[in-house]
Design a protein around this ligand. Structure first.
Ligand SMILES: Cc1cc2nc3c(=O)[nH]c(=O)nc-3n(C[C@H](O)[C@H](O)[C@H](O)COP(=O)(O)OP(=O)(O)OC[C@H]3O[C@@H](n4cnc5c(N)ncnc54)[C@H](O)[C@@H]3O)c2cc1C
Length: 409
């Protein structure tokens, strides 16, 4: 029997601790917060999107090629089916939404039920759970970690599993400091980087807070007329400071990269209609329906709250009829309804991301065991690794799979 310390009682650490204890090891789980699974409890808006439906191959395509290659062995060993079966045996029934996202049955506090199930598993397996135990330093150097410092004590074990998560939502306990300590020990790391976060804009449309744009794609380019850098099809929602919603979250990481390189420009564009087709339709309308208000035409394309401010931007009076619409104003309106400019972003906040990109370099970790290369008794798992998937249950699944691999010792 080996003594094992798992640091971090989130998705990855809970699975790692349960797995290691189930294999007969004496396991202590150290969690900084007063209770386990704090981030899990707020996941999926409190409902917890546990995983994504589909075979491993399909799940892996959601990740970058490097991340998919790394995840393959652990996802095969402990995939979505295994996670759901484990939870089902603890009384958590789940369902799959049309978009493939898997949630516990719609009951109040369903994320809490997931945490409770893992907590039961961990305690039943004999894990000693210590909450309120924040690790403040790692002691040792390659190839062996000797121990850990807590605020007032030093603890040691035969093996250590670090599952301290990322660096977003620091109020949930994830401050990201362990990555700095690992770097100090010579472990290759990538600095934390914002991902799956709302995007603040230099000129936010605060008055439109709560308005959603649907059915189009958010486009990132190097300037108003610049090269296209990326796009994501999906809704956005205006916030006080900028935009949120699925397309904003998914595009936030490359938006921040472009912002840091000094050239980022966003627009929300129609994917069904080209500007040429919309312009042709508008001209037809001008002839067939000359007394239609330009405002009414714009309202066919954009939410009502946006109509008057946008007419103003295009220099079109609110009472103007299509027959009186000058060519330049027509072009301006067509431009606005087919690609609404959002302009330059501000820095995307690391703290508000559903994950933090960056983390321990995957090349420094054995993907079957999560052992850090060059180390005998140190494993890392979960978001502390340089893994970040899209919204949809992928990030929790990655944490569960890598946690299971780390706990298999
Ligand atoms: C608002 C929000 C909603 C989300 N919704 C979903 C979703 O529905 N589906 C999905 O797949 N993903 C979701 N995610 C992402 C997902 O929650 C994370 O990817 C996942 O929790 C990572 O698991 P982890 O175990 O690596 O880290 P965490 O779950 O963050 O756990 C790490 C734990 O380590 C502890 N810790 C950190 N440092 C120390 C230290 N020095 N000493 C002791 N303990 C320490 C922390 O307190 C924390 O409890 C969401 C994230 C957020 C922020």
């Amino acid at each position: 029997m080996t003594t094992v310390i798992v640091v971090g009682g989130g998705a990855a650490g809970l699975v790692a601790a349960w797995r290691a204890a189930s294999r007969g090891h004496r396991v202590t789980l150290l969690e900084a917060n007063g209770r386990l699974g704090v981030k899990l409890r707020i996941s999926g808006g409190g409902k917890c999107n546990i995983t994504h439906d589909g075979p491993p191959k399909a799940l892996l395509t959601a990740f970058s090629a490097v991340q998919a290659r790394f995840l393959r062995p652990s996802l095969h060993a402990f995939g979505n089916g295994a996670v759901l079966e484990l939870l089902r045996r603890e009384g958590v029934e789940t369902y799959t939404r049309d978009n493939g996202r898997v949630f516990p049955l719609d009951l109040p506090g369903s994320a809490a039920a997931v945490v409770a199930a893992f907590e039961t598993l961990v305690r039943r397996a004999g894990v000693e759970v210590r909450t309120g135990a924040r690790v403040t330093a790692l002691v040792g150097h390659a190839p062996r970690l000797e121990g850990l410092l807590l605020e007032e004590e030093r603890v040691s074990a035969d093996a250590f599993i670090l599952a301290t998560g990322g660096a977003s939502y620091p109020e949930t306990g994830t401050r990201g400091e362990v990555l700095d300590w690992l770097k100090g020990l010579g472990v290759p790391v990538h600095p934390w980087f914002p991902a799956l976060a709302p995007i603040p804009l230099q000129h936010p449309r605060s008055a439109w807070e709560g308005v959603a744009l649907r059915g189009g794609e958010l486009r990132l380019s190097a300037g108003p007329e610049g090269r296209r850098l990326g796009a994501f099809a999906g809704d956005i929602v205006f916030t006080k400071a900028g935009i949120s919603g699925p397309a904003a979250l998914e595009l936030s990481q490359i938006t921040e990269r472009a912002h840091r390189s000094g050239a980022a420009w966003l627009a929300y564009a129609s994917i069904l209609e080209t500007p040429e087709a919309v312009d042709a339709a508008l001209q037809t309308e001008q002839h067939g329906n000359p007394r239609l208000l330009a405002a009414s035409w714009v309202q066919r394309h954009l939410p009502e709250r946006l109509v008057l401010p946008l007419l103003e931007e295009a220099g079109v009076g609110r009472a103007l009829m299509l027959k009186d619409l000058p060519k330049a104003a027509r072009k301006a309106l067509v431009g606005l309804v087919t690609a609404l400019p959002l302009g330059e972003p501000h820095a995307v906040p690391l703290a508000r991301g559903e994950v933090a990109a960056g983390g321990v370099d995957l090349a420094a970790v054995d993907p079957r065991t999560m052992v850090l290369r060059g180390w005998e008794n140190l494993r890392v798992c979960g978001e502390l690794l340089d893994l970040d998937g899209p919204v949809g249950g992928y990030n929790l699944q990655a944490a569960f799979s890598t946690g299971f691999a780390a706990g298999t010792l």
